[in-house]
Write a protein that binds this ligand. Structure first.
Ligand SMILES: [Mn+2]
Length: 264
């Protein structure tokens, strides 16, 4: 059964609107994401997140946008709509999870990277490389709290798929965790996270990371379809599309095909 979608547009790269991957969400909207996610001949309802203080710090911007995403997700769910968030960064996952009820919600996370660093293992300190670690409560508790995400998700409720660029530190942390590549057990619903860099660069050049060995579009579509068939989707994020690296629109077309699986 297909569900009506609320499409939430968060066009930011670490607080910078429309820059690099921050341009991805509106490019996908221009390519027809609202039509692809529509139902009964009508496009999906669209809501735009806007930074309220352009002068604020990176982290304050992540919090501001994160709170708006959380509220938009809650409002969508109150109206029985499926929230689909198009965002620049993977840290948008924290905000979407904040809008759900994590006690009964698992995570299926598709990504070339596990995003499982903590500050002590990360060379870059880049927040996005810690997004899944934050979701399971391993670091940045203050950020999680400011966005309004109280209880982290239990590791055993997390399924991580498609990773091919795992760094030292992350590998050990993952091995020591209860995260697996199996469907999350004992959950009533699933938050589905799609970092578009899970795709192979031959089919999808429009990302920052273009390492070989990624998943085919067919495989991602089949996985998304089977996740949606097995458990109710609580919300979906699609992140990291970089239109300036996608002159032929291959990644945009791939992203729309993936989104179409959500409503078929
Ligand atoms: Mn990611």
């Amino acid at each position: 059964m297909s569900r009506s979608v609320a499409l939430i547009i968060a066009p930011f790269h670490m607080g910078l609107e429309g820059s690099a991957v921050g341009a991805g969400p509106n490019a996908l909207l221009d390519a027809g994401a609202d039509r692809v996610l529509g139902s009964r001949g009508r496009p999906a309802q669209v809501e735009h997140m806007r930074l309220r203080d352009a002068e604020c710090s990176d982290i304050d911007a992540v919090v501001d946008i994160g709170r708006q995403i959380r509220q938009a997700v809650q409002q969508a769910r109150n109206k029985d709509l499926l929230p689909v968030v198009l965002a620049g960064n993977c840290n948008s996952a924290i905000a979407t999870l904040a809008g759900l009820e994590p006690d009964d919600t698992g995570i299926v996370w598709l990504d070339a990277h596990p995003d499982f660093h903590v500050p002590s293992t990360s060379r870059s300190g880049f927040l996005d490389g810690m997004s899944l670690a934050i979701a399971v409560g391993h670091c940045h508790e203050d950020l999680r709290g400011r966005i309004g995400f109280g209880r982290p998700v239990a590791e055993k409720k997390v399924c991580l798929l498609g990773c091919r660029d795992i760094e030292d530190g992350e590998r050990e942390r993952l091995a020591a965790s209860a995260i697996s590549d199996q469907p999350p057990a004992g959950v009533e619903a699933v938050y589905l996270h799609i970092d578009i860099d899970v795709l192979d660069p031959t089919e999808s050049p429009g990302v920052n990371f273009r390492g070989p060995g990624g998943w085919s579009l067919e495989r991602v579509c089949a996985t998304v379809k089977s996740v949606a068939a097995e458990l109710p989707l609580a919300a979906v994020n699609l992140t990291n599309y970089r239109p300036d690296f996608d002159p032929e629109g291959k990644t945009a077309a791939a992203a729309l095909r993936i989104l179409a699986q959500l409503v078929e």
